[in-house]
Design a protein around this ligand. Structure first.
Ligand SMILES: Cc1cc2nc3c(=O)[nH]c(=O)nc-3n(C[C@H](O)[C@H](O)[C@H](O)COP(=O)(O)OP(=O)(O)OC[C@H]3O[C@@H](n4cnc5c(N)ncnc54)[C@H](O)[C@@H]3O)c2cc1C
Length: 406
């Protein structure tokens, strides 16, 4: 059951992109009484990769919000207690139907398109008549042109954001990555498979099952194994060189990898053979192999505030634009959806606060997203560093060479 519908608010929130984050924001704003138009270029949700969401999304106290050993202290250092409390207070008003979905998804793995379909169905089933879904690919000009006075645009179009690089005032707003700070962590193959027995992985397992894998190591990522009662879902990463990345197709099967890149495949197969020897099971179906550059990036401007302050005669100077989700900030190691959903709570809270002017909402959103960036930057560097060390365990000189000890 949803919470009682709030009174209608002035203006329409135009959300570009109905991926997981755009849909989640739409569901929040719908129960807060906003009129929403949601634009999506895809006709179908076909991304079936398994994703996992962070526990902090359903936390109901500061202590439960900070239980992640890699994140808890960072959160304590970066956010003030009253900011965390305001966030938790807003979250406690979340409609029960949405909370139910979130609680389900934080228990284990879920296909990405299950999240997208479930949110779409939830929005439609509420039948508020306030959310209109538009099957349309937007371009920046048309996105800005449709804003009436009092309207807002929230860009949730993902890593290749529609608006990100336009948010810096200046003569050549089309220059790529003009508004983006990008750090390449590594090139990786993300390998996912299903296994018909209960298989749990920890750091000992990651080390011992890689013994003998000298050139490449298959490392199941943090929280990347999950047993649902009949099947284990496993996702791991193999670090590869840039030339290998260039030579690989964006996705491939295990068979293709064995035939064309036998050394990389060997690390994965040896790891899997050791799982089988231990738990006597079989792989279900084929392996899914995705080639990815693992980038950490952020938009330096996550709103059109700089244009508004510039006084320029430009549509962005008069159009409130916010970046959210992968449009604003992206991180490897399977954390981004959670960051996007977490940020949706904060944006919905600020937009719905009648005491704030638009300028204040801009300022708060810029400040919050900078803190989110510091948070994910610290966590990502720690994950990568720990992974690098794990790959060198057993080789003392390599291990010590990666340490910088005071
Ligand atoms: C292999 C892999 C595994 C992952 N696993 C995890 C995980 O376990 N946990 C996790 O948190 N994250 C994971 N991620 C990252 C996660 O998938 C992304 O962070 C997430 O999809 C971002 O959501 P989003 O809504 O911001 O953007 P997207 O999912 O990219 O959605 C953007 C939407 O906007 C639409 N769109 C784009 N341009 C336009 C336009 N011009 N007009 C209209 N519509 C447009 C797109 O069609 C799309 O539907 C994984 C990523 C990969 C590649």
């Amino acid at each position: 059951m949803s919470k009682p519908t709030a009174p209608p608010r002035p203006g329409t929130v135009h959300i570009a992109g109905a991926g997981p984050v755009g849909l989640f924001l739409a569901a929040l704003l719908q129960s807060d009484g906003w009129r929403v138009r949601l634009y999506e270029r895809r006709r179908e949700y076909t991304r079936s990769r398994m994703v996992s969401l962070a526990d902090y999304l359903t936390a109901d106290s500061i202590d439960t919000y900070r239980t992640d050993p890699l994140d808890g202290q960072n959160v304590h250092a970066i956010f003030d207690r009253d900011q965390l409390e305001a966030g938790l207070a807003y979250r406690s008003t979340m409609a029960a139907d949405l909370r139910g979905l979130l609680e389900d998804w934080t228990r284990g793995f879920v296909p990405l398109n299950t999240i997208e379909r479930a949110l779409s169905e939830l929005i439609a089933s509420r039948a508020t008549g306030t959310v209109e879904r538009v099957d349309q690919e937007l371009d920046p000009g048309s996105a800005l042109a449709m804003l009436d006075p009092g309207d807002l645009l929230v860009d949730c179009t993902g890593a290749r954001s529609l608006m990100r690089d336009l948010l810096v005032p200046g003569p050549d707003p089309a220059e790529r990555d003009r508004n983006t700070t990008r750090i390449r962590m590594e090139y990786a193959l993300v390998i996912t498979f299903l296994y018909d027995q209960d298989y749990q992985c920890n750091e000992l397992c990651k080390y011992y099952k890689n013994i003998g894998n000298a050139a490449y190591k298959f490392i199941p990522a943090v929280r990347r194994t999950h047993y649902d009662g009949s099947t284990s879902h496993v996702t791991g990463i193999v670090n590869i060189r840039e030339q290998e990345f260039d030579a690989l197709p964006p996705t491939c099967t295990g068979g293709f990898l064995r035939e064309r890149f036998p050394d990389i495949a060997l690390s994965m197969d040896q790891f899997i053979d050791r799982i089988k020897a231990e738990t006597h099971g079989q792989i279900i179906g084929d392996l899914q192999v995705v080639r990815l550059p693992l980038d950490l990036y952020r938009a330096r401007h996550v709103t059109s505030q700089a244009w508004q302050c510039s006084g320029a005669d430009h549509p962005l100077a008069a159009s409130p634009v916010f970046l959210l989700g992968d449009s604003a900030l992206g991180s490897p190691y399977f954390q981004s959806i959670s960051l996007g959903l977490e940020a949706s709570f904060v944006l919905a809270r600020h937009l719905g606060n009648p005491a704030l002017t638009l300028q204040e909402v801009f300022t708060r959103w810029e400040a919050f997203m900078y803190r989110q960036w510091i948070r994910v930057y610290m966590r990502t560097q720690m994950l990568k560093h720990d992974k690098d060390l794990l790959e060198s365990v057993g080789d003392n000189s390599s291990l010590l060479g990666k340490m910088h000890v005071f």
